[in-house]
Ligand binder design. Structure first.
Ligand SMILES: NC(=O)c1ccc[n+]([C@@H]2O[C@H](COP(=O)([O-])OP(=O)(O)OC[C@H]3O[C@@H](n4cnc5c(N)ncnc54)[C@H](OP(=O)(O)O)[C@@H]3O)[C@@H](O)[C@H]2O)c1
Length: 192
């Protein structure tokens, strides 16, 4: 069965964004978890999808311009991800959104459709976010792995990745690595 794997860039206190609604500690929004070769689909919540589409469309169209959100020139890894998303099916969990700018995006209306997606033949599926969707899918037992890039920062007020989880989940640490700038990469399998 295809795995569903989420990846998040979080502060030490588990925030995916600060009180102002941005993760301004993140310099680039590339997929930095080493997952790309094993993926052939992406899944997102409706909360983050419009901004995600806008961000990567801008980099696809104008890779030399500073990226919206970060204000930085897109990195080589961001340009690679912008190319990857252009050729990769995207699924958006939403009961309200009905249209997207990208031809390779379709909407899923419930968790049953995500369970079906995992049963289809193919490579793994990347759960891009956001927090509510990740928490809800972990609660439902649909997420197989969590990859975290932990930044050396306590954000305080903001949106916590696991704030809306209802159930306790035990994890198995698969990999840990210290990265430049005090970041730590952590990879966990979620136990059933
Ligand atoms: N730091 C990071 O690495 C990182 C990564 C990704 C995202 N983010 C941040 O995450 C934020 C968005 O997260 P979010 O939590 O606000 O929204 P979200 O998880 O992207 O989307 C939540 C929406 O998904 C839809 N939905 C349908 N079924 C659902 C279900 N079973 N469980 C949960 N949602 C369901 C609902 O919209 P409908 O009303 O349309 O049904 C709901 O309002 C963005 O601001 C983004 O910056 C950060």
């Amino acid at each position: 069965m295809r795995k569903l794997i989420t990846g998040m860039k979080i502060s030490l206190d588990g925030k995916i964004e600060g009180a102002e609604g941005m993760a301004d500690w993140v310099q680039a929004w590339s997929e930095d978890y080493g997952l790309m070769p094993q993926l052939d689909a992406c899944l997102l919540g409706a909360g983050m999808y419009p901004g995600y589409e806008r961000y990567w469309t801008a980099i696809q169209n104008e890779p030399d311009k500073p990226a919206w959100i970060t204000g930085n020139a897109p990195t080589p890894a961001e340009i690679e991800w912008a190319r990857f998303v252009a050729r990769t099916p995207h699924y958006v969990l939403s009961n309200t959104l009905t249209s997207s700018e990208w031809p390779n995006t379709r909407f899923v209306r419930g968790l049953g459709e995500i369970a079906d997606l995992k049963q289809q033949p193919g490579k793994d599926i990347y759960l891009v976010g956001g927090a509510r969707t990740a928490a809800s899918l972990i609660d439902a037992g649909l997420v197989d792995e969590v990859r975290l890039l932990v930044y050396p920062l306590i954000v305080g007020a903001g949106k916590a990745l696991f704030a809306e989880m209802d159930r306790r989940r035990s994890l198995t640490l698969r990999q840990s690595e210290q990265l430049p700038d005090g970041r730590v990469s952590l990879s966990y399998a979620i136990n059933g």
